[in-house]
Design a binder for this molecule. Structure first.
Ligand code: ATP
Ligand code: ZN
Length: 303
């Protein structure tokens, strides 16, 4: 680890300044109990609740800042990390950062897309084409793996218009809903990387107090992610139906059963579920005898 890192006693996290991950990142850290005071230049935020500060930067700079020891943790799309890791390997440089936690948010995929009138059947079809992308390392690795020789046209933005401009025959770009592709008369052909927002850090966590802070923060992040996907379900049911209802709980923990005052056979059931509870689940439970069904979001959890 570099000297930059050793001379710091506060933890530093790099997040995207503006863009798709900006709000997601700040929201996650706020849920972890971090509060920041923003500086006038809006690049550095001082942590008021813990010795953890924030650096607001372009997402592409985050792995490099970690490699240099300027920051300890960061939040980026897996697509950015994977591209930079591959590029570093190709140049015989050390890998800048590694993925510490998937965040199950900002999901998207890096896909090759073809003009709408070209039906995709197999990788070999891409032989000899010009493919525009901002992800040359990932695309290059995929092409090599499939033994396809194509020309990679590196563009830093507006990749999707390249086929219309005639500067490429196909593209390899991030897709979420697919609306941008349709608007540009393109069709998603093949996914080369599934991406989501991830927490990244150095190969080794700092050995001093900052290492402990990193671990504490990662534990809180785990809690926040679990909470985000959990729901508390409450219902009334005949004792005889509890076993079957319990099996219907999506990824549910063992429920707590409580007697209901004045009722002999009915009990109240509370259970934490880690999967989505749909209307279908509720209707099935009702058919099995449940009533008074209530689904509540969970705000905090500490097991
Ligand atoms: P910066 O100015 O920080 O370099 P950017 O233009 O590179 O920003 P954004 O468009 O804000 O980046 O996207 C940030 C990340 O959001 C992407 O790297 C990707 O992981 C994720 N993402 C999710 N859905 C999409 C999508 N449909 N298109 C692009 N990125 C997406
Ligand atoms: Zn970027």
């Amino acid at each position: 680890m570099s000297n930059v890192s050793k001379t710091r006693d506060r933890l530093r996290i790099a997040v995207q300044k503006s863009g798709r991950l900006a709000e997601v990142s700040q929201d996650l850290l706020a849920r972890c109990g971090l509060k920041f005071r923003q500086s006038r230049d809006k690049l550095f935020c001082f942590g008021e609740s813990m010795p953890i500060d924030l650096l607001l930067v372009r997402d592409d700079d985050i792995p490099g800042l970690i490699a240099q020891g300027v920051c300890d943790l960061g939040i980026v799309g897996r697509n950015v990390l994977a591209e930079q890791v591959l590029a570093a390997r190709a140049n015989n440089e050390p890998v800048p950062a590694r993925e510490l936690r998937p965040l199950n948010t900002s999901r998207c995929r890096l896909s090759i897309a073809l003009p709408q009138d070209m039906e995709y059947q197999a990788p070999q079809q891409l032989q000899g084409l010009r493919i525009a992308t901002s992800y040359p390392a990932l695309l290059g690795a995929w092409l090599a793996e499939h033994e396809v020789e194509a020309k990679i046209v590196v563009l830093s933005g507006s990749v999707e218009i390249a086929p219309r401009l005639g500067t490429a025959d196909a593209i390899c770009d991030l897709v979420s809903s697919g609306a941008t592709l349709i608007a540009n008369q393109l069709r998603e052909a093949v996914v080369i990387l599934e991406s989501e927002a991830v927490v990244v850090g150095a190969q080794d966590l700092p050995l001093d107090e900052r290492g402990d802070l990193c671990e504490l923060l990662l534990r809180r992040i785990d809690g926040v992610i679990r909470v985000r996907e959990s729901k508390l379900i409450m219902l009334h049911a005949p004792r005889s139906a509890v076993a079957i209802i319990q099996q219907m709980l999506p990824n549910g923990q063992i429920p707590t059963l409580l007697p209901i005052e004045g009722s002999v056979d009915q009990v109240a059931l509370h259970a934490l579920c880690f999967g989505a509870i749909t209307w279908q689940h509720l209707e099935d439970m009702k058919r099995a005898g449940a009533s008074q069904l209530l689904v509540l979001p969970v705000e905090k959890m500490l097991a």
